[in-house]
Design a protein around this ligand. Structure first.
Ligand code: 3HC
Ligand code: NAI
Length: 692
């Protein structure tokens, strides 16, 4: 095997380079290599300073996650960190790309850190259900103070090189990593800069030792949205140990916490989710050598709710985009919504003050479809009717350049039928974003029967480029996400007719960890659209219809399934709704019965799993983990439960199938009968994971 860590010497400076693609993860081989090179450099009398750097696209992006759960390999972390920190010669970490997790922890054991302008530094372990286990919770508070340390460790988001410099995490910003690191190492020698260890420096802890509320407030603010998660709280506790205990004892506390989390169900699920997201990017069975098409210009057609959000997603990622409407007036309205959204974010401090203007400048607004002519990718987000979609695609066929990928953001419609009005069905596919499109990460990439492999790859690659989580799905009504939620909505509706109340049903789902239940969701989306569509189709849903007839259209009307106080989005259960339900049921001669939370959970969530099984059976999703990614990023499924298919494996497929049979009988609802794939897996004693 090629050496993954190399040592070079230029006069008095030795450079240790980790070269372990793709992300220089700290595998046992890398740790061993650094240890060996450190010992050689320390022993070499010519060497006066050491630079630790990486080849390829990034600095060390963390411990090697694939080694978690396997027997530990030498060298131990302690041994390896000690050789760096206790080195009698100054060690400079020269960072480019990402210094994350164990990568930043190694850098914190070095005596100095420098980074390139675009580098990101962070401790994202909580996102894997862990806490930093290589001294990060003890050294980072000493490097940047406990407030920022809590933000980085409990929140898990990285900071930029500029912020790292401001906080004292790095000593300088350099042009390039190895060269800048070597220059800095020489400066340390010539200017005789003091060489210290973070473990010995408690100066940045003094303020919090005097006033602990600095720490508790920071923790409260970072854990506000950590409902149900264990890791952020354990991580906060470990940072607390840095304040309260001597360094060595703090390290012990950290390790205890790390090991506990490493064996937890939550972390296992979160690590599964990490790899599931990456697996979803991989398109299998494509002809060899298929690559994405070059995308330089993007156009979005329709500046409504979705088109505006999609254009924002591109601008947020620094990609210029042409936003096209049918009239000046619609365009103006769309642009002003976009500007307002960014300005609100800037006012809240979640994006820089100059970001709205900079991002607006990336949006080129235009009226008329002829403006797509230079675009390599066109995303259509006009009204959801087949006739309008066809009209737009027929025009796109005339105006778009040859080879451009033509994507529809349709929620339900048949991509192939849309493609049929063009002379280039191979270029047509679905890119189904979720609302609000500038925030939600999921993008279903819908493959039609005639879509070309390189067009699919292009859509996946551009979606990743703008920070989305693309999942390739096949063609069916509602694709994966909407199709799978439908049976749950149906059960919610049924439960209402049998006697459950909206707030009971919603509470079961939020207690499970979903961000909201179906009734709050309905209120947010507005109930009138579904009502009008039911009237159009001559379909009835007595309770929902009665609600709309009473003018309860949801949040925008101040009342729907819940009531809302003026200016508030907080749903309040409303006795009027219960009365309305009672009256409707009495009119239908139906009686309410007591329904347990368990029944609600089983009927709603098991029917989701069941539909997932049908989707797998039909090949609409390639892997169970793809379905899980859809739920994690499309509906906010709690990441510590991995996703519905992963969760089903943990619950037990036999139990789920048995309960589905029970509820199907009890409610006389054949849609609850277990899917044949589910039954087969039960008979074979297998899990969904066996299909991966
Ligand atoms: N260990 C093992 N493999 C890793 C890895 C890691 N820490 N980080 C990334 N990879 C793998 C990915 O699985 C992927 O493999 P694949 O090509 O076979 O699918 C490949 O590297 C490239 O990753 P991405 O597709 O994510 O590449 P990007 O360029 O989009 O992102 C990244 C790069 C920002 C580094 C991102 O991969 C990332 O966030 N990685 C995880 C970082 C992390 O969580 N580090 C902490 C680890 S835990 C730890 O350090 C514990 C310590 O405190 C003791
Ligand atoms: P919307 O009604 O807010 O916006 C549609 C826009 O398209 C309008 O501004 C309209 O003026 C414009 N438009 C219509 N014809 C046009 C043409 N020929 N040229 C240029 N612009 C034209 O609708 P919304 O909600 O943004 O939905 C758009 C699409 O996205 C639909 O297919 C919908 O199913 C899908 N979608 C909607 C989601 C949602 O939550 N709203 C979620 C995911 C997908």
């Amino acid at each position: 095997m090629a050496e993954v860590v190399k040592l070079e010497r230029h006069d008095v400076v030795a450079t240790i380079t980790v070269d372990y693609p793709p992300v220089n993860a700290l595998s046992a081989a890398v740790r061993g290599g650094i240890l060996r090179c450190m010992n050689v450099a320390i022993a070499d009398p010519e060497v006066k300073a050491i630079v630790l750097t990486c080849a390829g696209r990034t600095f060390i992006a963390g411990a090697d996650i694939t080694e978690f759960g396997k027997p530990p390999q030498p060298p131990t972390w302690d041994e390896f960190m000690a050789v760096i920190e206790d080195s009698p010669k100054p060690v400079v970490a020269a960072i480019h790309g990402n210094a994350l997790g164990g990568g930043l922890e190694v850098a914190l054991a070095c005596h100095f850190r420098v980074a390139t302008k675009n580098a990101k530094l962070g401790l994202p372990e909580v996102k894997l259900g862990l806490l930093p286990g290589g001294g990060g919770t003890q050294r980072l508070p000493r490097a940047v103070g406990p407030e920022l340390a809590v933000k980085m460790i409990v929140g898990g988001d990285p900071i930029t090189a500029r912020d790292a410099l401001k906080s004292g995490l790095i000593a300088d910003i350099v042009e390039s990593a190895p060269a800048g690191g070597q220059v800095f190492a020489r400066k340390v020698l010539t200017e005789r800069l003091p060489v210290g260890k973070l473990r010995d420096d408690d100066s940045k802890l003094a303020a919090v030792k005097a006033d602990r509320s600095i720490f508790t407030n920071a923790v409260a603010s970072m854990t506000r949205r950590a409902r149900g998660l264990e890791a952020p709280f354990a991580a906060a506790e470990a940072v607390g140990a840095a304040i309260d205990l001597p360094f060595e004892d703090g390290l012990k506390k950290e390790l205890e916490g790390f090991n506990k989390l490493l064996g937890s169900d939550q972390s296992r699920a979160q690590r599964y989710a990490f790899f599931a997201e990456r697996a979803a990017n991989k398109l299998e069975g494509l002809p060899e050598g298929t690559g994405p098409r070059q995308i330089e210009r993007v156009a979005v057609v329709g500046a409504g709710t979705m088109g505006g959000g999609i254009a924002m997603s591109f601008a947020n990622a620094g990609v210029p985009v042409t936003l096209i409407e049918s009239t000046e007036e619609q365009l103006k309205r769309g642009l002003s919504t976009i500007r307002r959204t960014w300005e609100t974010s800037a006012a809240r401090g979640s994006i820089p003050a100059d970001a709205p203007a900079k991002r607006m400048a990336l949006i080129n607004a235009a009226v008329g479809l002829s403006n797509v002519k230079d675009a390599d990718l066109v995303i259509e987000a006009v009204f959801e009717t087949m006739a309008v979609k066809k009209e737009v695609f027929a025009q796109l066929d005339k105006c778009a350049k040859k080879g451009a990928v033509l994507a529809s953001n349709t929620s339900y419609l048949d991509i192939d039928e849309i493609a049929s009005v063009t002379n280039r069905p191979q270029d047509v596919l679905g890119m189904h974003f979720f609302s609000p499109a500038n925030v939600m990460k999921l993008c279903e990439i819908v493959r039609g029967p005639r879509t070309a492999p390189d067009a699919m790859m292009t859509a996946v690659s551009i979606a990743r480029q703008i920070g989305k989580a693309p999942v390739v799905v096949g063609l069916c009504h509602g694709f994966v996400a909407n199709r799978m939620y439908d049976p749950a909505f149906k059960q919610a509706d049924g439960l209402l007719f049998e006697g459950a109340l909206p707030d009971q049903i919603d509470a079961v789902l939020t207690k499970f960890g979903m961000p909201m239940g179906p009734f709050v969701m309905g209120d947010m989306a507005g109930l009138d659209i579904g009502w009008l569509s039911r009237k159009d189709r001559g379909v009835k849903s007595e309770i929902s219809d009665a609600l709309c007839e009473a003018g309860r259209f949801g949040l925008k009307a101040g009342k729907g399934w819940y009531k809302y106080e003026a200016g508030s989005r907080a749903p309040i259960p409303d006795p009027d709704v219960e009365r309305l339900i009672d009256e409707t049921l009495a009119r239908l001669s139906r009686k309410r019965r007591a329904i347990s939370d368990e029944e609600i959970l089983e009927r709603m969530l098991y029917s989701i799993v069941n539909e997932g099984a049908r989707i797998l059976e039909e090949g609409i999703a390639a892997r169970p983990s793809d379905i899980d990614v859809v739920w994690l990023y499309g509906f906010g499924w709690p990441v510590y439960r991995g996703g519905p298919m992963y969760w089903a494996d943990q619950v037990g497929l036999k139990h789920i199938a048995d309960r589905l049979v029970f509820h199907a009988k009890q409610t006389n609802d054949p849609s609850l009968e277990p899917a044949s794939l589910l039954k087969r897996l039960v008979v074979e004693g297998k899990l969904f994971a066996s299909l991966a």
